[in-house]
Design a protein around this ligand. Structure first.
Ligand code: PMP
Ligand code: GLN
Length: 390
């Protein structure tokens, strides 16, 4: 067994979804929608299958229709111009994009700065690529009800061995959306210290307060930034595993070199369907976001009424809470792991302990994440159950 992977075991999402299945609890742990994406996009996948488009190995970089659609999307939403032939790569979900980008850029011992708490595949991806992770902790500001990035801490984390920053905005699990000022400071730092940035923007269309600004739009960043998106998040097809990378030609070539020996290509028929999804009118995107904004409010208010301290997310479909106000008995003395393990039995709901997203586990101990990408009736039911904690 590879010792660098031994610490990762089973992902928390699989563990918590299994717990939900075993106990029949409402699963607000793993972030997947309980309603599939648009009917016409599903039809597009069926048509592609039926018409024999993508049933055999598609081209390595992705089918031309999807690469063109990704470029049109970046142009339409952000004014970013990419060449579909040289600056786009279709991947097997954002997860593969992240892993392939890390494998492409890292050499043994290179340091990667990631904002902690971070999505679980980052640590494993960095380890698989032989890198060393350097967490910079986002700090909860209880009064403001949000998490903050300390830019001095970020600057201090850069050493001569730092190769890249692995960024995620909108941020899972805290729901933080980095501001223009924060992003500008990160961009400036990357330019000054000659760093690459891999920016995981899979929740780009799920911003309720403020706006999503791709890092690649900042001066000097287009050539050093690898941007990642996912159809799983944007169109509610997490099972399709279609993601994409946009970056300068040399970077895309490097990521592709790694990708071709991981999965070779991404699944064919779904690529054609996602190409059609990306061309949906703006109204799709705004309706998707507005629906989730309502759900955020219902779950956030419900969690607050149940006694949690709530970090109301500006983006993503996750809410981070502090369980300590529930008292020492229910919160298991502020131990999110123990709390999440007891929650199905206590009130029939599953959540995820944020500690798993930290190197400094103690920093994340009392925080627990709930997903709200669920039908309103499911969230209302969950809120009803959670009330019994108060
Ligand atoms: N990045 C973040 C921040 C995520 O939350 C997720 C998971 N949903 C992914 C990447 C992985 O995306 P995909 O399912 O497209 O592999
Ligand atoms: N990204 C999803 C989450 O954060 C889950 C993805 C997974 O299970 N790997 O919950």
């Amino acid at each position: 067994l590879n010792r660098s992977l031994a610490e990762f075991g089973t992902t928390i999402f699989a563990e918590m979804s299994a717990l939900a299945a075993r106990t029949g609890a409402i699963n607000l742990g793993q972030g997947f929608p309980d309603t599939d994406g648009p009917e016409e996009v599903r039809e597009a996948a069926v048509r592609a299958l039926r018409d024999g488009r993508g049933n055999q190995y598609p081209p390595g970089p992705g089918v031309p229709e999807l690469r063109a659609a990704v470029c049109a999307h970046q142009q339409h939403w952000y004014g970013l111009e990419y060449d579909p032939d040289r600056e786009v790569l279709i991947t097997t979900g954002a997860t593969e994009a992240i892993a392939a980008a890390l494998l492409a850029l890292l050499e043994q011992g290179d340091e990667v700065i990631a904002l902690e708490p971070y999505y679980d595949s980052y640590a494993a991806g960095i380890a698989m690529a032989g890198g060393t992770r350097v967490p910079v902790t986002l700090r909860p500001d209880a009064e403001a009800g949000r998490y903050r990035l300390d830019l001095d801490e970020l600057r201090d984390a850069v050493t001569d061995d730092t190769r890249l920053i692995l960024l995620n905005t909108p941020h899972n699990p805290t729901g933080t959306v980095l501001s223009r000022e924060e992003l500008a400071a990160i961009a400036q730092l990357a330019c000054e210290r000659d760093l690459y940035v891999i920016t995981d923007e899979v929740y780009e269309h799920l911003v309720f307060d403020g706006e999503h600004i791709p890092l690649a739009t900042f001066p000097g960043m287009r050539e050093r930034t690898i941007t990642i998106g996912s159809a799983g998040k944007t169109f509610s097809f997490t099972g399709w595993k279609v993601g994409w990378v946009t970056a300068a030609p040399e970077l895309v070539t490097a990521v592709r070199s790694a990708k071709q020996f991981l999965t070779y290509v991404a699944s064919g028929p779904f690529q054609y369907a996602v190409a059609e999804a990306l061309a949906l009118p703006d109204a799709y995107y705004t309706a998707f976001r507005d629906d989730l904004a309502l759900k955020r409010d219902v779950l956030a208010d419900g969690l607050a009424a149940a006694g949690f301290a709530v970090y109301r997310p500006a983006g993503t479909y996750f809410i981070t809470t502090d369980i300590r106000p529930l008292g020492p008995e229910i919160s298991a003395d502020g131990d999110g792991f123990a709390f999440c393990r007891s929650l199905p039995e206590r009130c029939g709901v599953v959540a995820v302990p944020n500690a798993v997203f930290y190197d400094h586990r103690e920093q994340g101990a009392p925080f627990v994440r709930f997903a709200f990408c669920k039908q309103m009736s499911v969230l209302e039911h969950a809120v009803e159950r959670l009330k019994s904690l108060a």
